[in-house]
Every structure is written in C-alpha cells, then in structure tokens.
Design a protein around this ligand. Sequence first.
Ligand code: GLN
Length: 188
Amino acid sequence: MKIGILAVQGAFAEHETALQALGAETVLLRNKNDLTRIDGLVLPGGESTAQSKLLKDLEMFEPLKGMIEDGLPTLATCAGLILLARRLADDDVVHFGTLPVTARRNAYGRQLGSFQRAGNVGRIGNFVMTFIRAPYVESADSDDVEILATVDDRIVGVQYRNQLALAFHPEMGGDLRVHEYFLKGIKG
Ligand code: GLN
C-alpha cells in the first residue's frame, strides 16, 4: 500500500513522518509522473491558493481531481479541506470541488490564528486538535457528509465517502491515531 502526499507546498513532511512511523510506504507527489499507483492521498495544510496554482502549473490538478472523484481514499487537512470544498464562503473560487460542504477560510480571525483544543474526533475519540489559520465547515451540503468533529458548534472534521477532511493538523503533536484511522479505512 502506497500513500501519495502532495508535496508542492506546505506541511507535507510531517504527514510523511507520521505515515512512515505507522509502517506505510509513502511517495511525495511533486509532479504528474508521481501520480501512478497510489492507494491513498494526503492533501496537507499550507496555502490553498498557492497549492491550487502549483497543481495547475504542474498539470497535476485534473488527474488528481479525477482520482478523488473515482474514489481514491483522501486525507485532507486545513488548506487541503479548502481544496476539496465544493463551495467557499465569501469567495467565488472552487478548487477540486469534490466535497459537498461550504468552507470558510481563515475563519477564526487574527486573534485566534493558532490554537489547540481537545475534543471528540469521530470514532477516534478525544484528540488534541491544532488549528493554524484554519478554515471551518460552515455547512455540510449533503446528507452523506458525516460530521466527525466540532469546536464551539463549528464543524472542523467531516467524512464524505472516500474523503476525510479536517480543519486542524493531525500531523502535529505526535498522536498518530488520525493517520492510523485513515490507513485502516484503506485496508477496508
Ligand atoms: N489559511 C490557509 C488557506 O487558506 C490554510 C491554513 C493551513 O493550512 N494551515 O489556505
């Protein structure tokens, strides 16, 4: 089983460390030739506008979109969630648009640029969530979107079919249970 980690920009190295610690084979996706034969995909945090532009420049955007639509198990964090969202509040831009939610970027304002909160994350249970200029999910726009985590009544984690999307950074802090959960889902 090989997990592709998008590595054009952002916090990809931490995901690589987490997945390798769990014994998974990983490949950093830097250009379109890296997109062959992967069993799972990680879209890391970073800057969604920059990531989307680089994906297009590198001709990775359309192939990746197709692979996600075809059911490739995908773990998206922070900027990755923004890339997946079908709609962005206060923004006409849509990137992959494969996840039927409305996401709000930089949703906590300057005062709360970065913070941590413990809370329940789906079947994983209590987890310390690290937020960095994070988005949140303003609305789940399909009955098939399962809400996994909320902070102050705001949705910060969802699962929709093959897409697991989190506003926070599970790769930070050394707790590998989110990655473990993702890998278990791929094995079926
Ligand atoms: N604010 C970033 C964006 O809009 C996301 C931040 C992050 O990934 N840590 O893309």
